[in-house]
Design a protein. Structure first.
Length: 318
């Protein structure tokens, strides 16, 4: 059987990873009219938000892009923050209440909004400014990188970076943690989870997944804690990726009284009044600490005891 040569293409900038950093860079590429591509190894957009808070500086950048008003209107504004800590008797009590954003820091407040909506704002903006030529290419990951010796040659016709891309099947692009579970585990986006890039490449090769050779002038790694790009360049992560471990889950909660609900809204940041899959969603979803090895439902009860909380349904946890 004849071997089919991989398709070859050129672009000025190849972006690896379509998370927040990749989306921000793709937005600038679209606004500046640069011939760019953005690829991501996951097969879908975000359905369960896992980073729903927006700082005021992010909103100021959104304002410069022209879509801060969309986020501002849809989100809930975080006015104040209450700290709850266990006392010597083990009972959780409110220990402090402080403004969420210092007065005069910005004309914006910190807000919370479903991460999928934030992603949609970026995608719409990229589509508008690129005339729909720049799209996130999902279920695609790089498997080899070569940088030629003439990379210092900045002539318009020089493409010193060669990357081989592999196209994954739908099953390969699905996180392993989501297979056989009704709860989407947020760990597959975390630096605490094992990197599965090499495993995905190996499985795709076994199934003879299609490949493409991309010649680029620049390549930017926006591929997170397990950055494949960083590994190819031989760089080591300096320091620790995190100095503490904490957990979050999105769950629908059974509240016992209006008084309790009000207290809980103060305890956490109120969010939008609709049942979204988000942390800090008043009357429906909560952000709590969970220990490794415990079920989210069981750990919620023990963490918040003697305050009573239960979840009717857990959507995702990390």
């Amino acid at each position: 059987m004849a071997v089919t040569e991989p398709h070859q293409s050129k672009c000025d900038v190849l972006i690896v990873g379509a998370g927040p950093a990749g989306m921000m860079l793709a937005t600038w590429m679209a606004r500046c009219g640069i011939n760019a591509r953005i690829v991501d190894k996951r097969g879908t957009k975000i359905y369960a938000g896992q980073a729903d808070g927006l700082q005021v500086r992010s909103l100021e950048i959104f304002d410069s892009f022209g879509f801060a008003d969309r986020a501002w209107k849809e989100a809930n504004h975080m006015i104040e923050m209450c700290m709850w800590n266990p006392g010597e008797d083990g009972v959780i009590r409110r220990s402090a209440r402080v403004p969420d954003v210092p007065v005069g820091l910005s004309r914006f407040q910190q807000i919370v909004l479903h991460q999928g909506r934030i992603e949609r704002f970026f995608l719409d903006h990229i589509k508008k400014h690129s005339k729909d030529t720049l799209r996130v290419e999902r279920a695609v990951l790089p498997e080899s990188l070569h940088i030629s010796d003439d990379c210092d040659n900045h002539s318009p016709d020089n493409y010193p970076i060669t990357v081989q891309l592999r196209y994954l099947t739908e099953d390969e692009a699905k996180p392993a943690q989501s297979n056989g579970s009704t709860v989407s585990d947020g760990l597959f986006r975390s630096n605490l989870a094992d990197d599965d890039t090499d495993d995905l490449i190996a499985k795709s090769r076994e199934k003879e997944g299609s490949t493409e050779i991309v010649h680029a002038k620049y390549m930017v790694g926006c591929d997170g804690a397990h950055s494949w790009t960083r590994k190819q360049l031989g760089f080591q992560l300096e320091g620790e990726p995190t100095d503490y471990i904490w957990g979050v889950l999105g769950a629908y909660s059974d509240l016992k009284s209006d008084e309790e609900s009000t207290d809980w809204i103060y305890r956490h940041h109120p969010h939008h009044g609709l049942p979204r899959h988000s942390h800090a969603l008043c009357r429906t979803q909560r952000i709590i600490r969970i220990s490794h090895g415990h079920s989210p439902r069981k750990q919620t009860r023990s963490t918040l005891h003697p305050t009573h909380r239960d979840q009717a349904r857990c959507k995702w946890s990390s």
